[in-house]
Design a protein around this ligand. Structure first.
Ligand code: ZN
Ligand code: ZN
Length: 383
């Protein structure tokens, strides 16, 4: 195969990224995105691993046997109406690539193409995941269930970071993103006339007690170094001024960086909520919906990923953990790996309707990913 000129590859990747951006698809509905990726991979004679995935796909480069390194990207978009002024704005009302997964998928495609060019000399295999449904936290468990990672030695994932300067690669050993859990609380009491509250047990007063008590969850149950967060984001009750309602409903999220704090907060929150229900003689239900655990980077591979950033001409930086969620964490429960942030230096945060990507970072990210995979395979050879 003729070596593809890098400038031409960079332009092709940008054009491909813009195409994905124009036609975003929500989690688990990425049928056209998957077809577009498949077509690109086939065009470059890159083999696609036969796996029972509804959307998303897995490519592989390298010899039939040998150690296996995995590079992971994601491909889904968000239910957001785009407000950016780019020429390739979303053509799907209410759907937008506002987390830059179009960038991740294109960068991973570029890495696959660059790896294909050196396939004959690769000391092992590289699997490139184009994962569906990251935003719902279900995509990674679906990939794991196919057995795609069974032989893999290590996994690397990327996410763009508008707050880092363009081309800066940020990571750290240990927790990088938070476990993202959701809770909801339903209070069922007895309503009454607003003038005769003694005839009921006001669920609004109980909800207020729960909101106040929740503020002690972190301050009195989590070690100060753990940086946990509890936020109550919805509280609904009542419908008019002179009736005390018979129910209230609250919802919110808990973000934690360590498994022990995560378990402790769930347990204490449940005890506090149910205890307040008993204290005020109302029926209270506490539901905990576990999301992805924290991304916890393997110390060796996080350090390795930062070293390879420097080796591929990018600036490496040790960054602080962030209380966002990432379903990459599920992979790290199966095998060691590192998640890295790629700076884009853009003004709007992830999930913002005016979110943008810096296209100049695309080809360097592909080069970095390819370099990282090859170096990881070589390091295994030496080990
Ligand atoms: Zn996102
Ligand atoms: Zn994302």
């Amino acid at each position: 195969m003729s070596q593809l000129n890098e400038t031409a590859l960079g332009e092709q990747l940008i054009a491909f990224r813009h195409e994905l951006h124009r036609f975003p698809e929500l989690s688990n509905q990425e049928f056209e995105t998957t077809a577009r990726l498949r077509q690109q991979l086939e065009q470059h004679q890159i083999r696609i691993v036969d796996l029972p995935l509804k959307t998303g796909l897995v490519a592989e480069v390298g010899p039939a046997q040998g150690p296996l390194i995995v590079l992971r990207s994601d491909i889904d978009a968000l239910p957001i109406e785009e407000q950016s002024d780019v020429a390739f704005r979303s053509e799907r009302p209410g759907v937008m690539h506002a987390c830059g997964h179009d960038f991740h998928a294109s960068a991973a495609l570029g890495a696959a193409i660059l790896l294909k060019q050196q396939e004959a000399t690769l000391p092992g295999r590289v699997r490139i995941l184009f994962q569906a449904a990251e935003e719902t936290g279900q995509g990674a468990p679906d990939v794991i269930a196919t057995g795609a990672l069974q032989e893999a030695v290590a996994i690397f994932g990327i996410h763009n970071d508008p707050s880092l300067p363009p081309g800066v690669v940020g990571s750290k050993a240990g927790a990088l993103t938070a476990a993202v859990d959701r809770f909801d609380i339903r209070i069922t009491g007895t309503g009454s006339h607003a003038a005769k509250p003694h005839q009921g047990n006001d669920p609004i007063v109980i909800a207020a007690q729960i909101v106040s008590a929740a503020q002690t969850l972190i301050s009195r149950n989590a070690p100060s170094a753990d940086n946990a967060v509890v936020s109550i984001t919805q509280l609904h009750s009542g419908s008019t001024w002179n009736v005390i309602p018979d129910s209230a409903w609250l919802e919110g999220t808990v973000r934690t960086f360590s498994q022990s704090t995560r378990e402790r907060l769930e347990q204490r929150f449940r005890e506090i909520v149910l205890g307040l229900g008993a204290a005020f003689a109302a029926e209270v239900e506490f539901n905990w919906h576990a999301g992805p655990p924290a991304v916890v980077n393997d110390a060796h591979w996080a350090d390795f990923a930062l070293q390879q950033a420097t080796a591929s001409g990018l600036e490496a930086r040790v960054v602080e953990a962030s209380p966002i969620g990432e379903d990459f964490a599920f992979y790290q429960q199966q095998l060691p790996g590192a998640f890295v942030m790629i700076g884009t230096g853009e003004p709007f945060a992830l999930h913002h309707p005016a979110f943008r990507i810096n296209d100049a970072v695309l080809l360097p990210t592909s080069r970095y990913l390819a370099q990282l995979a090859v170096a990881a395979l070589r390091s295994l050879e030496r080990a």
